[in-house]
Design a protein. Sequence first.
Length: 364
Amino acid sequence: MASKVEKKSKVVVVGGGIAGALLAKSLQFHADVVLIDPKEYFEITYANLRAKVEPSFAERSVVKHSDYFTKGRIVVAYASGVIETEVLTSNGECIPYDYLVIATGNDDSYPKSRSKRLEQYQEDFANIKSADSVLVIGGGSTGVELAGEIAVDFPEKKVTLVHKNTRLLDFMGQKASSKTLDWLVSKNVKVILGQTVDLKSHQDGDKVYKTSGGETIIADCHFFCAGIPLGTKWLKESILRDALTDGGRVMVDQHLRVKGRKNIFAIGDITDIPEIKQGLFAMQHANVTAKNLKLLMYGGKESKMATYKAGPDMAIVSLGRKDAVMQSPMSTMIGRIPGFMKSSDQFVGKTRKQMGIDASCFGL
Ligand SMILES: Cc1cc2nc3c(=O)[nH]c(=O)nc-3n(C[C@H](O)[C@H](O)[C@H](O)COP(=O)(O)OP(=O)(O)OC[C@H]3O[C@@H](n4cnc5c(N)ncnc54)[C@H](O)[C@@H]3O)c2cc1C
């Protein structure tokens, strides 16, 4: 008699961010799952900036894949190509799949090991602590959250934020941008909008920075908080090239299948779903896809597949430890109420719970 194990489908999940990690975890006992990620860990990205001013925070937000994904196989490598039946990796493997899920969100350049990532946070903290002045380049959520963290934890430091666009947080509405600007200014952050900083001609250790508008900024250190590319470059020469938008996002149908494909799904920030790119939505994509894959793997009808509807127009950006700015379809709010929702724990506890990570395994 053929055993159930022999019949298990082969599912390959590419990308171990919040979307891919949750999906791999959800399917591990239903299929032979392989998770491909260049790092040995998954990171709750919302906590990144808190970890720069409080490095121990990263002990809970940087989680080894092996802590939640105990049953499947982890391949620490980049996916470099896809053919009809296999994914190719940067370490020369060809990994076969019945179903493929692409979740390569953003192609960051963080260290590959958890311990090195934790060391990096210690180094960032030491740089911030020893600096009298800090330059933050980029006024999206990363730059704004970092400037807010430093301004609140180290009010004596001079913080300058330079953003190339004419308003901060330009993925949110105008109200959120101007409330955030007022908040930063009230914390003595100097905000320069509509300009860039020339880092190409900047030498390591040099404290003088020039902006495109001819301003000079003196800072003991800088953080570049812009321009993490989408993780879809590797698909450009693959069988999925026609499913990419001009901006490099992956087109998906209402079941989150890649356009024109029956057995390939895409989830998370890389999708072309018209919604603000949020981890909360990425997790919902993972849940819908897990449901659909279970249905298909256990022989269910395609017509019964779950559908995904774009998320509401909402986002929360932390402003230090107690405040935040929140946009929802109803209103835009700044201060302690949205801060209460996000800023103390940065959704780390909630996300760990959703991932089923046992806090006790870290002694926490
Ligand atoms: C400062 C900040 C604050 C935020 N706050 C919130 C918040 O409060 N709430 C919220 O819901 N969202 C928030 N977000 C958004 C949230 O972080 C993202 O929407 C979420 O991380 C997207 O998850 P993802 O899995 O799609 O992509 P990612 O988290 O980017 O993960 C992608 C993974 O794929 C890997 N990868 C890339 N290329 C390859 C390849 N070729 N092969 C294999 N693996 C690859 C990467 O290494 C990474 O591990 C915030 C974002 C930022 C920057």
